[in-house]
Design a protein around this ligand. Sequence first.
Ligand code: SF4
Length: 444
Amino acid sequence: MALTGLEIFKLLPKSNCKKCGKPTCLAFAMALAQKKAKLEECPDASEEAKSALAEASAPPISLVKFGKGDGEVQVGQETVMFRHDETFYNPTVIAVSVSDKLAGDALKERIECINSLQFERVGTHLQVNAVAVINESGSADTFASAAETVKKASPLAMILVSDSPGALAAAVSKVSDVRPLLASATSETAQEVAKTAKENNCPVVAQAESVEASAELTEKIKAAGVEDIVLSLKAPSTKDELYGLSEIRAVALKKTFRPLGCPTISFVLEGSAEDQSAKAISLICKYGSIVVVETVERYAILPMLTTVMNIYTDPQKPVQVEAKVYEVGEPNAESPLLMTTNFSLTYYTVESDAEASRVPCYILVVDTEGTSVLTAYSGDKLNEKVVAEAMKKSEVEGLVKHRKLIIPGYVAVMSGKLEEETGWEIAVGPRESSMLPKYLQEVA
Ligand code: SF4
């Protein structure tokens, strides 16, 4: 919990020496409380003050990283219960399981299939982030060998899942250089798994059956020298798990209760692809930092990734595309020129409908701070001056020989003023972009 100015003042030397640039220690303490100064600016601060302030300013939910290089992922360090309060920062990691019962070509095919779970959606690349190797064989050697194969065949981050501390130690000895997440330590195996995690500098999952037991377990693991901990709640149902995860988030943030200030991991390894997708999405929303699924069905994975994308965007900043002229197909100087706004969803809808028409064209995207056509128009972010300026900046005069701009049907009302402002003929396109293919085929 953040310290008040007076609490900080009690920790300072109180000599008012002014070396920090402030007239008194109290003034410096107030500046520190408001995050307008740094403790290093007081050369005489005691070790006690340093550690108390470091403890107080540490994030309520720790940041945990695993994986290596481009495959590295990070989870945790969230600061709010609800996305609209500020934003969520580190997107849920979606992991897909690989059983160590698979071997040879079957194992390689499964890994390739996971690697290929990549998608493009409204201009954003989405993909699965991790592979969870599961020790179903019961053999430490087989588990270690499967982990080694995954390391060689996948650039994704790795999670090693076994109840056996010995199997985890055997597997991590083969793949410690990619810093896997070790799952899991329980109250019975905490010492042994924590020892392996510490020796290999890997984060570890603490698995318990209740929120209270989770808090006790993380303290045990920390006492064994491991700070990077991810919580796994072994609940009897998804409903119980969701309640538990919500309680963990609330206690960590509102009470700054450090033993529960950790990211979480959930396993959804059973049920149909649809069931797994539905459960995973619930967990992504409340408050799964890592969700491991078994399905590799693309239709089940895409909704999960889309949910992550949607709730981990900053609600204050709409997803935008760059304001410029885009080409659809291979347009020439005779091709139609359309106009729309830079709200990502608007642009990609227009682009895909224009593409469906098979009529090559240009799309002039106007900067409306990421708002859609009607919202931009009603907020005066889309008017004749803004469009004229965008046309000038994008040098559309040099792109096409004709002087005709097609505007969205919803802003037909601005056509007169726009004609006066630009001297161009303004054609009013359809209201709904789904009508664009027919419209473009008729005007082309
Ligand atoms: Fe007080 Fe430290 Fe600032 Fe001196 S440098 S006035 S001791 S806070």
